[in-house]
Design a protein around this ligand. Structure first.
Ligand code: LLP
Length: 418
């Protein structure tokens, strides 16, 4: 999604804005989203699904980039929104997403969260288990649309922590237990049971697995709505291509034509494949150490990119201020957190790096900001959107005051504080 300006200057530009200016204005590490690329990708999903299956809806799995600026774009482009917790609900509402376009997921929703969602007028709740039905029986005061999450029995070919469709999944009910939960919902005067939901996992590159899940879930019964989840994988590295949005939609819609009722509503909820490749992260080189290896250390790490450890996700990197220079060495591109697993790339081909160089890591628009944390007191990075040569800040960088704020009770009660 990022565009390379050049060859003059050898500096990378994204959305028409040079990375040097972005680093100076906003600091690093910095999440940069190419807004045009992002909006184009959203339309590929919405238009592509509508062309193939008119009675359809695309939900944005907002856990992949839960930023108010992103919820706004989702709303503007006509995406419905999947939320999975009170925090995402608050952010979506603050962005102005219509409550009826929100779909609430989660395997352990609390009374407080359910109450917040019901008070807001949430569109659909995706029920995970029968305890959640007990809670809803207590809390419901008005009719409420519900889907039931079922386990479709598809063991997704992806990292184990990203597979959610197999028999050992903690999410949803096995298909043979779905009938009882569905009967409970159908019998309740305020529960409007609409259909079933599945999600087999994330970063899935084999589209036949999505088709298999659609086929399997069709055996649960005939309903007005089928939400077949997200999970389409994206290309992170040169050597591992991913299916296109069209290939993905072809696969699921072919399975839907064969196995689902023709008048059913078909929903999908992509996250990663909407935002990942519209985003890059910008870092600055802090030190270059030549021992047996060449260690190029940048000013980020596990605090802003958990995926390098959580799912062992591989990335590429480039020296963004000198993209015209040839690769001359293979380096250990490392971060600054206190773990040896804080390694971005084992053997990154780069020109000879110098302190102060800018490093760009492409395809980091999904789950990086989501999973960012305060490890070693790190401050969560800012997010900027770039477009037509201009940038706008949508999420500011945390400050040391933000970091201290949650500890205020301890500071105030300290005997040494004033
Ligand atoms: N729907 C449900 C119910 C989900 O749980 C998820 C992702 C999605 C949709 C969107 O899936 P996507 O299209 O983004 O693959 N921590 C991991 C990612 C976990 C994904 C969680 N659920 C990572 O950083 O790789």
């Amino acid at each position: 999604a990022s565009r390379i300006e050049g060859p003059a200057g050898g500096e990378l530009a994204i959305g028409g804005v040079g990375v040097t200016a972005l680093a100076e204005q906003y600091g690093t590490p910095l999440h940069i989203m190419d807004e045009d690329g992002l909006r184009r990708q959203i339309r590929r999903f919405i238009d592509g699904l509508r062309e193939r299956w008119p009675n359809s809806e695309v939900l944005f799995a907002s856990k992949s980039l839960p930023a108010v600026g992103m919820y706004r774009i989702a709303q503007e482009e006509g995406l419905a929104v999947d939320i999975a917790g009170g925090g995402e609900l608050v952010l979506a509402l603050a962005a102005g997403v219509a409550p009826e376009r929100l779909h609430f997921h989660g395997n352990a929703k609390t009374d407080d969260e359910l109450r917040m969602a019901l008070d807001a007028g949430i569109g659909t709740i995706i029920v995970d288990n029968e305890d959640e039905l007990d809670r809803l029986e207590r809390l419901l005061e008005r009719p409420q649309k519900l889907l039931l999450r079922v386990i479709p029995g598809v063991e997704a070919e992806t990292h184990a922590s990203q597979a959610t469709g197999g028999d050992k999944s903690k999410f949803g009910l096995p298909m043979d237990q779905a009938g009882r939960a569905i009967a409970r919902m159908q019998a309740h005067p305020l529960m409007e049971f609409e259909g079933v939901h599945l999600h087999i996992g994330s970063q899935i590159l084999n589209t036949r697995q999505f088709a298999q899940a659609v086929e399997n879930i069709s055996t649960v019964g005939t309903f007005p709505v089928y939400d077949v989840g997200g999970g389409l994988g994206v290309q992170y590295t040169y050597d591992e291509p991913a299916p296109s949005v069209d290939e993905y939609l072809d696969a699921i819609v072919a399975a839907a034509r064969e196995h689902l009722p023709a008048d059913a509503k078909l929903m999908i909820e992509p996250g990663r494949s909407v935002v990942a490749r519209a985003g890059v992260t910008l870092y600055r080189v802090v030190s270059v150490k030549r021992t047996g290896d060449v260690f190029v250390a940048i000013d980020g790490g596990l605090a802003d990119q958990m995926d390098i450890a959580l799912t062992a996700q591989r990335y590429e990197a480039l020296l963004a201020d000198r993209i015209d220079e040839p690769w001359t060495e293979s380096v250990q591109l490392v971060g600054r957190q206190c773990e040896s697993g804080d390694l971005f790339i084992d053997g990154a081909p780069l020109p000879e790096a110098r302190v102060g160089d800018l490093v760009v890591m492409p395809a980091t628009g999904a789950y990086a900001y989501t999973l960012s944390n305060n490890y070693n007191g790190a401050l969560k990075p800012a997010i900027v959107f770039v477009r037509d040569g201009a940038s706008r800040l949508v999420t500011r960088r945390e400050t040391y005051d933000d970091l201290l704020a949650t500890h205020a009770p301890a500071i105030e009660s300290s005997p040494t504080a004033s």
